[in-house]
Design a protein around this ligand. Structure first.
Ligand code: 11C
Length: 342
């Protein structure tokens, strides 16, 4: 026996990645069910070397399902997660719908696995935003050593974070530039090919975008509410992997060499940091990988106890699908969730 797992949003960028990660990591599933909205019924998705046909979420009975990995957007999650949770099926939700709910743990296993135990309140666990997930994986071990006071981060986020249509838009606009065809903007407010856009998600009243606000609020909830953080989030013409330029101010002294040694040992982190041309990670190389890569670690002499670093990870994997599957593994490995059929 094993866990019966349902994937909601199985045809999306993240849903398909969830299926491949479950297969890659040999998650002990007795059965995996692909669910999607009614317009995707019958569409096929791959699961390892098998093919699954999508069933309709609306008609699915979750009574004997143990884990639901949900990546179908905020409004679907708002409506469905409580109903699914009420059937005793744990929802691990990738949307922003539940992240700030005090009864819903927001979990990055390398940082706050213990918090996942709180799923019992609503049978919902939230997965953070992709740009937050990789950042807290890199910050946690440094915070444990030298206590972070303030973080200033600029992101360089790939188009896959905005979905499959956004990836198609980068591709078709790029082609249009070469063929001198008109450039059409559909998903993004401005052209993305050979350009970049300093807006991700909607504007808030204070002038921040919602993506920037999420990085602040989620870092506080996952890592430490005392950390001050300010972000500028930028969309760049890259297909997969988000990159971040991070400036950190600590309470206690920490050198670049110490930080490098700490990060080399830290769970989920992979340091690539040679001070020579190409001695660092780029988003293209991080795509399809699990690690949070860290490069360009150096002291910032303009503040007391300051460091700079460059952090890159596959936004569909650590930023979404991988983190969700790791949360399911925490529930299993710590014995917090037993299969119903056991
Ligand atoms: C992006 N970070 O790159 C967004 C996508 O809150 O889960 C994920 C939005 C979220 O566009």
């Amino acid at each position: 026996s094993g866990y019966k797992v349902a994937i909601v949003g199985a045809t999306g960028n993240v849903g398909r990645e969830m299926l491949s990660i479950l297969a890659e990591r040999r998650f002990p599933a007795s059965e995996v069910v692909a669910l999607a909205s009614s317009r995707s019924i019958g569409r096929e998705v791959s699961f390892g070397d098998r093919t699954l046909k999508c069933k309709a979420l609306e008609n699915y009975d979750f009574t004997d399902t143990d884990i639901c990995l949900m990546s179908a957007g905020g409004s679907v999650s708002k409506e469905w997660s409580p109903k699914i949770g009420a059937k005793g099926c744990v929802v691990i939700d990738n949307s922003s719908a539940w992240r700030m709910d005090p009864d819903v743990p927001l979990v990055v296993p390398e940082v706050n696995a213990e918090a996942a135990r709180g799923f019992v309140a609503k049978y919902i666990i939230a997965n953070p935003n992709c740009s937050t997930a990789q950042l807290v994986v890199a910050l946690k071990p440094l915070h444990d050593r030298a206590t972070i006071k303030r973080v200033v981060v600029a992101t360089y986020q790939s188009v896959s974070g905005a979905g499959k249509d956004a990836m198609d838009e980068l591709f078709s606009q790029t082609r249009a530039v070469f063929t001198s065809n008109p450039i059409e903007n559909k998903t993004f407010p401005k052209r993305i090919a050979f350009n970049l856009i300093p807006q991700i998600d909607v504007f808030m009243d204070d002038g921040q975008t919602k993506e920037e606000w999420k990085m602040v609020a989620e870092t506080k909830k996952i890592l430490d509410p005392k950390i001050k953080l300010t972000a500028t989030c930028v969309r760049v013409p890259v297909f997969i992997s988000h990159s971040e330029a991070v400036n950190i101010e600590f309470e206690k002294p920490i050198t670049a060499d110490e930080a490098r040694d700490i990060l080399r040992e830290a769970p989920g982190c992979l340091v690539i940091d040679r001070r020579e041309p190409g001695g660092y990670i780029t988003p293209h190389e991080a795509a399809g990988e699990d690690a949070t890569y860290i490069s360009r670690i150096r002291e910032d002499p303009t503040v007391e106890n300051g460091l700079n670093l460059w952090c890159v990870s596959d936004n569909l994997r650590k930023g979404a699908a991988l983190n969700a599957v790791q949360i399911a593994e925490v529930l299993m490995n710590r014995g917090w969730l037993k299969p119903k059929a056991a």
